[in-house]
Design a protein around this ligand. Sequence first.
Ligand code: ARG
Length: 413
Amino acid sequence: MSSVVLAYSGGLDTSVAIRWIKEQYNLDVITLTIDIGNARDLPAIAARAQQIGAVKAMVVDARADFMRYFVWPALQAGAIYEGSYPLATALARPLIARLLVEVARAEGAIAVAHGCTGKGNDQVRFDVSINTLAPDLKIIAPVREWSMTRDSEIAYANEHAIPINVSIANPYSVDQNLWGRSVECGVLEDPWAEPPEDVFAWTANPDGDEHIEPTYLEIMFQHGIPLALNGEDMDGVLLVETLNKLAGKYGIGRIDHIENRLVGIKSREVYEAPAGVVLHTAHQALESLTLGRDQARFKEVVAAEYARLIYNGQWYSALHQDLAAYVQSTQRFVSGTVRVKLSRGHCAVVGRRSEHSLYNHSLATYDSGDQFDHNAALGFIKLWSLPLSTQAQAQLLPSVGIEGNLLSLDTSS
Ligand code: ARG
């Protein structure tokens, strides 16, 4: 019989999907459960898949690849969607899509399947990636295709003796991996409602009673990639896990975001990304020291484009390759150490150093030893003002004053 490879999380939707696909499409279901740091009992999940009827249940540890090929490039790029979201969920999708395709090829499957709904970004990210990598593979998205409510899914599960775990009545929809945790639904759908504490799992309440002393942390980067914490070398997985725990204790990394989904909806998502927030903050501080002014300014434009591209599911694109080449070039001298201070709810950069630092003390100092040519400033200012004063004389006076600039904002008439 022909087969399909299903991305299997072990949750209600994909558990029901194993049985549903078999019934609906008459295909053998191979499940693929991917470890990207989402802390689950993987052998138990695989066993459940087989119990429900999967012909084969595969588990792949993709944590190292996730860090190396997805998280680090996004950190180097400074990719933060709409200035808030470090893109944990969005970054994992092209990796999962790729693994689905690889397993489908190895197993000779004719289709792949995922558990996305029909109104989110993730279906787009999966489908676009799969269409790009393997246009001949059919894509099955049971949750998008069936019209079952949660209750009818549970009824379906009971009817078919599908073991499910709905005792944990979680009112939220959660997705998590090493780079962050995404939470939506429930009371969060009211943008005026403050997220209740039960939304958070990785971060302590920054306003809690427990006393916690601030701590200092030195993060060593090479070419924009963090390699050591407090002098201790760590691989990406360990470094991010360690930082998630440490910064999480300080309640660092809570993000409350009204975001613009690709499918046109504004939605409210709460994120926890303790390591992501600390590392982006530190990385940016190191760039401030090692990138020239124009490089830094242009990189902001690239960062915003890079974040949009990740969010919008265009990972496997020529534009991405082009931007990635630019980003790699910018990171040539982004090596050094950043010292951050963690205190309740806050991560502050308090020191930075690099062999490639562009900071020149004798130019910056106000003390003796100052080598900056103060007289040269006069000539510079003269030429810098020249076009402004020329244009003001010819066109703008006398309207260039404070009121002149406000004319278009006048609402009195
Ligand atoms: N809004 C985020 C994104 O599109 C996260 C989506 C998944 N969130 C969830 N709670 N299941 O990348």
